[in-house]
Ligand binder design. Sequence first.
Ligand code: 5CU
Ligand code: ZN
Length: 377
Amino acid sequence: MAGTHPIVDVHTHMYPPSYISLLSSRKEVPYIHTPSSGDPRLIILPSDDDASKPPEQRGRPVDTSYSSFSEKLKFMSTHGITCSVISLANPWLDFLDPSTAAKTAHQINSDLDAACQQQNATSSALKLYAFASLPLSAPVPEIVSSIHSLATLSHTKGVIIGTSGLGLGLDDPALEPIYAALASTRTMVFLHPHYGLPASSFGPTAANYGHVLPLALGFPLETTIAITRVYLSGVFDRHPDLSFLLAHSGGTLPFLAGRIESCVAHEREFTVNGGDKPGPRRSIWDVLKTNVYLDAVNYGEPGMKAALAAAGGEDGQGWDRLMFGTDHPFFPPLAGEEKWLSVESNLRAIEGVCAGDEARKAKILGGNAIRVLGLDA
Ligand code: 5CU
Ligand code: ZN
């Protein structure tokens, strides 16, 4: 995939050192504990906190690939990535004590921004930017203030959020002032899954298949449900300037958008806003072309085609709304290969849909992110 165009990774995570310290100071999920032997381990979900397992087998190891900027830069060089927009990995800051959440978020966001600034001051070849995390457990006015204060962070280009919002999901009317602040400041919202689906969705044999069912299906369906609830509750009608970047190409949204539209059209009993309003006024296709961007993290050509088609058409604006991502440091190579299968399969799928059209490839690989996020890359 060597070429002259910038390659921008919009889906790349870290647990920066200040976040690692925060998790290491906790005893409840999420937390990091260091067993007497082996790497520190991250207990990220309640199901990881399994007292029947020895401590050194609970959760997952967090080695330096999660926290080291130099490892991020090395990974970028290996794959020809010239710019990364780094976001905290799940579960972001959703668990913070409400009374200190805004202050902690400000500190973690400022640290990440400063690290990006420092990198860009010393290198023009490998650039870093950030998506901030919101203190969603804080009182709403403090969340709104923290959105406005992002303007002071020069290398921060949006926010990453999970699907739980203030605890009730992203169609919660209590989020209105937050959506209004995000829209008025033109802040990109990178929506990313964390909780998956209830374990019961996958049946009693799910553990036989390792993490495949929750990761391959639970994560994308969580995103699909979350963004569909945003759409159904009329958020995009009320906030036409709101922009979402959806992880994993929107989960299954590109494939299911037609079905969502059809079900909305056939629904006579919409009770949004107390029953006195119809359902969403805008077509989901219009929202997809106007308010939604999709990362190109779906590992296969059929999925990439669906994403392009949903984002505005394979003959139209779809090419302007897909952005390359890697999900680093998740899905590392298993056998120590230098190149990551997870990255290579995405690149192959992008090559496939571009079918030799260099201009289109340049947009997906970096041009769209540079334009939409305002990166100097
Ligand atoms: O696939 C992904 O995006 C991830 C992620 O971000 N975090 C995680 O714990 N597993 C997979
Ligand atoms: Zn991710």
